[in-house]
Design a protein around this ligand. Structure first.
Ligand code: NOJ
Length: 560
């Protein structure tokens, strides 16, 4: 397998609004990030992925960009950003910027022009259609509730917005628009950045007819995603991005792709096709959702996680490359989700980290994951800030009179604000995130869970992550070894074997809060030589033949 720096890297995602506030206005900022770079260096990560810091009216916290070449005032200035890049590079780390070009903000100059008249030079930068019998052009639903179309009386037409109505979709069919995007990307790359994370990039090619989606239950609006996920020209566009932009730089790319399957992902990430390095797939994040989607809660069956991870591990092996994640700014905290955020918070956070970091692919750590930050429960809907949560609540509780408590429960389990509460730096007020009033409340557990305490405690989750990252640097098998699942039917433990040449790595994890007996798999040929890492003390090699796993235990054996 071809080696590459981005295969050997560990990425850390910063959601700037919630990371560290240096000026007391309650909002994280760029200078705040600079002040915390030594903390990230100590953790040992190689690359920082920075969620959007561009000018934005913040309808969707920066994922609605009104100027791609300016910095959001609340976050600082371009000079601050340049200093950030320099300070990151000085510490031998890299910076990956977020690229949000499926849509812009409705306050972007392009859209302001576009909506003026049907013959405006920018009209065709967006997707406009006349209504159908006095209604929207089709029945697509927005990801953030309601119709995916907004009527504009100025020209008596509707524009498409897969996300909020302040996030109009850009029209990639338009070559001039594509050229503008490419020159903007080159402008950032020429400033010296090291890559892009591309927001919902597999949505940019729509089926041109924009047909109605099947609607057997007669819903007001339904998902039209089959007509824009991995659409007809998507691979042409990405190859063009590569040719016009990426091929000229030595950078890292990851495409965020809801609805991508392994077969499509092979195309996106096969280096011979010149598209992207890797994708963020969502299948493993959908395993605890019922047929009603994200808010339809369902417990995880570990066998589903096993078969899914195995499909991706073996599917992309030797063809493309996996990204590995359990958290980001759109997902609830994994320790609350697949672990236990009370009695076994520390053990289960370490177990989940072991499970993820020993797989093949590039691991991503989301801010706060490395100290085991947990989900939050705000008593009132008014304490939530996320547009997805607020629109969903309004639609279900206020418009359709669904049960308030049930909807709140689904927000507690799945809401995006779980990941967006301020980073907990210390046990001072607001977790040391700000000296002002934070834009969203801090999680009340900050006195116990915070970075200062974690750094001071050699047994903390933080130091465990440090070790995992170090091991990746020392053992090429962690990066390049192939993968084999053991015990596919076991509902409690997840065991897999990695192999590189003569060397083998046996990764054993208990996903339950019980003690369980672990049987040596019949098909396992393995001679253990060393325990690389484990989350309970005093494990020794000889126990492997007769192993009882403690709650959320994880053990990694190196051998042959
Ligand atoms: C995916 C981003 O991660 C999410 O936060 C955002 O709301 C949507 N794309 C729209 O940009």
């Amino acid at each position: 397998m071809k080696k590459a720096w981005w295969k050997e890297s560990v990425v850390y995602q910063i959601y700037p609004r919630s990371f560290y506030d240096s000026n007391g206005d309650g909002i994280g900022d760029i200078n705040g990030i600079i002040q915390k770079l030594d903390y990230l260096k100590e953790l040992g990560v190689d690359v920082i992925w920075l969620s959007p810091v561009y000018q934005s009216p913040n309808d969707d916290n920066g994922y609605d960009i009104s100027n791609y070449q300016a910095i959001m005032k609340e976050f600082g200035t371009m000079t601050d950003w340049e200093k950030l890049l320099e300070e990151i590079h000085q510490r031998d780390m890299k910076l990956m910027m977020d690229l949000v070009v499926n849509h812009s903000s409705d306050e972007h100059q392009w859209f302001i022009e576009s909506r003026k008249s049907k013959d405006n030079a920018y009209r065709d930068y967006y997707i406009w259609r006349p209504g159908k019998e006095g209604k929207e052009p089709n029945n697509w639903k927005s990801t953030f509730s309601g119709s995916a179309w907004e009527y504009d009386s100025e020209t008596d037409e509707y524009y498409l917005h897969i996300f909020s109505k302040k996030q109009p979709d850009l029209n990639w069919e338009n070559e001039k628009l594509r050229d503008e995007i490419y020159s903007m990307m080159r402008w950032w790359l020429d400033k010296g950045i090291d890559g892009f994370r591309m927001d919902v990039i597999n949505f940019i090619s729509k089926v041109p007819e924009l047909p109605d989606a099947p609607n057997p239950n007669g819903e007001p609006y339904v998902s039209g995603s089959r007509f824009f996920k991995n659409g007809p020209r998507i691979h042409d566009y990405l190859q063009e991005v590569h040719q016009e932009v990426l091929s000229k730089y030595e950078v890292m790319t990851v495409g965020e792709m809801p609805g991508v399957d392994v077969e499509e992902a092979k195309k996106y990430t096969n280096p011979e096709r010149n598209e992207l390095n890797m994708v963020f797939q969502f299948e493993h994040m959908d395993l605890d959702s019922g047929p009603g989607g994200k808010w339809d809660l369902k417990p995880l069956d570990l066998r589903d996680l096993k078969s899914n991870i195995t499909k991706w591990q073996t599917g992309l092996h030797g063809v493309g490359w996996n990204s590995l994640y359990l958290n980001n700014h759109d997902q609830p905290r994994v320790v609350s989700r697949f672990g236990n955020d009370t009695t076994y918070r520390v053990e289960s956070a370490k177990m989940l980290a072991t499970f993820l970091h020993m797989l093949q692919g590039t691991p991503y750590i989301y801010q706060g994951e490395e100290i085991g930050m947990t989900n939050v429960k705000f008593a009132s809907i008014n304490d939530y800030r996320d547009i997805e949560i607020l629109n969903m609540y309004k639609e279900k509780v206020l418009d359709r009179q669904e049960n308030h408590d049930q909807v709140m429960q689904s927000i507690y389990v799945k809401g995006r604000d779980n990941a967006r509460t301020p980073f907990q730096w210390n046990n001072k007020p607001n977790g040391g995130f700000t000296t002002g009033e934070p834009w969203i409340n801090v999680n009340s557990n900050y006195k116990e869970i915070n970075a200062e305490a974690a750094v001071a405690d050699p047994k903390s989750i933080f130091h465990y992550y440090r070790k995992l990252i170090k091991l990746r640097k020392q053992h090429p098998i962690i990066v390049y070894g192939d993968y084999q699942l053991m015990h596919p039917e076991d509902k409690e433990s997840f065991t897999y074997l990695r192999t590189l040449g003569e060397e083998k790595l046996l990764v054993i994890t208990n996903f339950t809060e019980k003690e369980i007996t672990w049987n040596v798999p019949g098909n396992l040929e393995f001679k253990a030589k060393k325990i690389l890492i484990s989350n309970y003390a005093n494990r020794n090699l000889s126990e492997l033949k007769n192993l009882t796993l403690k709650p959320y235990e994880a053990i990694v054996y190196l051998g042959e």
